[in-house]
Design a protein around this ligand. Structure first.
Ligand SMILES: [Zn+2]
Length: 354
């Protein structure tokens, strides 16, 4: 029996049980508009008229309903899951984007696969890394604004769901299921161009993002975001996290003593924490390694300074079981075509796990 059939059997069995237990049994698992009215409660002597088919059958875990004309995962999520933003649950569970009128639809009410692991493989979450943007591309790291817009629209029209880095971290703790096509957006260093070119596109599409800033750069010139900009962006729901103080390689340098290294890491990892607290009212919990570089000996120091997750720029997606201090991100370069960009969006790693 497949999961949908199993869900339906469970629900119908549950409904039969509740119905037979009658109204006094406080059927908290059934919503009022959905209870089959076949079980007479107040007037058992009067034969009940045949009840119309209820709009939905509900159990704790599932809802079974019948699509109305024009229903989409969004309309059904708004009706049954408390918001259109949960449409991905219906889409991912049923594998369908559109429904015929009268078609039975099984809607999960709760997460059904927190780890993203299935017998045929596992979910991976691409975390994309951008740097600077401008009207025209320049070098590898200054992306043309038009390319960025094209990439974001591609995500939207192809069913990708941009989720926050915080949501991704919840996924690695098995506390949160992510949409199958979840993608995270990050912007490194703290360029002012984020406000000019990325922000309007992200707002238009309803996407969120994390900005990784190195604190020596914040407010350092016309090309840099200021603490005031970062406060405003935070207030609008954008996430701001640390990218060290000076943007130096965090690996222990040749000839550097353990004591010197510890002092240097104290500055690189703790000074951003002080400035975050002072200017944004919170410490940073997530770190982006400058140049994506890290080594085993660095990880205890990262942890010691309060970071719960940290990211390199190794070009691959992240499974729920990735080590949180060694997450991966994929850099998007200015010279990439749309096809190159799309190659960074793989969301499933096939592997026979039976
Ligand atoms: Zn950087």
């Amino acid at each position: 029996m497949n999961t949908t059939a199993r869900a339906r059997a469970l629900i119908l069995a549950g409904i039969a049980l509740v119905a037979s237990a009658c109204a006094s049994a406080a059927p908290s698992t059934l919503s009022t508009d959905a209870v089959p009215t076949g079980a007479p409660a107040a007037t058992p002597a009067t034969p009940a008229k045949p009840a119309p088919r209820p709009a939905a059958y509900q159990s704790d875990d599932f809802i079974v309903t019948f699509a109305q004309s024009g229903d989409t995962p969004e309309t059904l999520a708004a009706r049954y899951l408390g918001g259109a933003d949960r449409a991905w649950m219906i889409e991912d569970y049923t594998g369908l984007r559109a429904f015929a009128p009268g078609q039975e639809v099984v809607i999960p009410r709760k997460p059904w696969n927190l780890s993203g692991v299935t017998p045929g493989g596992y979910q991976i979450v691409p975390i994309l890394t951008y740097h600077n943007l401008a009207e025209q591309a320049k070098g590898r790291l200054v992306l043309a604004a038009s390319s960025f817009r094209e990439q974001m629209r591609y995500l939207k029209t192809n069913g990708y769901r941009v989720v926050s880095l915080a949501a991704f971290i919840e996924f690695t703790r098995l506390n949160r299921q992510l949409p199958q096509r979840a993608v995270v957006l990050t912007f490194d260093d703290g360029y002012r161009a984020f406000k000019d070119y990325a922000y309007p596109v992200l707002k238009e599409l309803g996407f969120t993002a994390t900005l990784f800033v190195y604190t020596d750069w914040v407010g350092a010139g016309r090309g840099a975001l200021s603490w005031n900009d970062l406060r405003e962006l935070s207030a609008e729901g954008f996430d701001v996290q640390a990218h060290t103080k000076t943007h130096a390689d965090l690996r222990r340098a040749t000839g550097e003593t353990e004591a010197q290294y510890a002092r240097r890491m104290q500055v690189e990892l703790e000074q951003p924490q002080d400035l975050f607290s002072k200017n944004l009212g919170h410490r940073s919990q997530i770190l982006a390694y400058p140049y994506g570089r890290w080594e085993e000996g660095l990880l205890p120091k990262v942890k010691e300074h309060g970071y719960i997750a940290a990211f390199s720029v190794r070009r691959q997606g992240n499974a729920s079981f990735v080590r949180p201090l060694t997450g991966h991100r994929s850099q998007i370069y200015a010279e990439m075509t749309l096809d190159d960009f799309v190659r960074n969006l793989n969301v499933f790693q096939e592997e026979n796990l039976r």
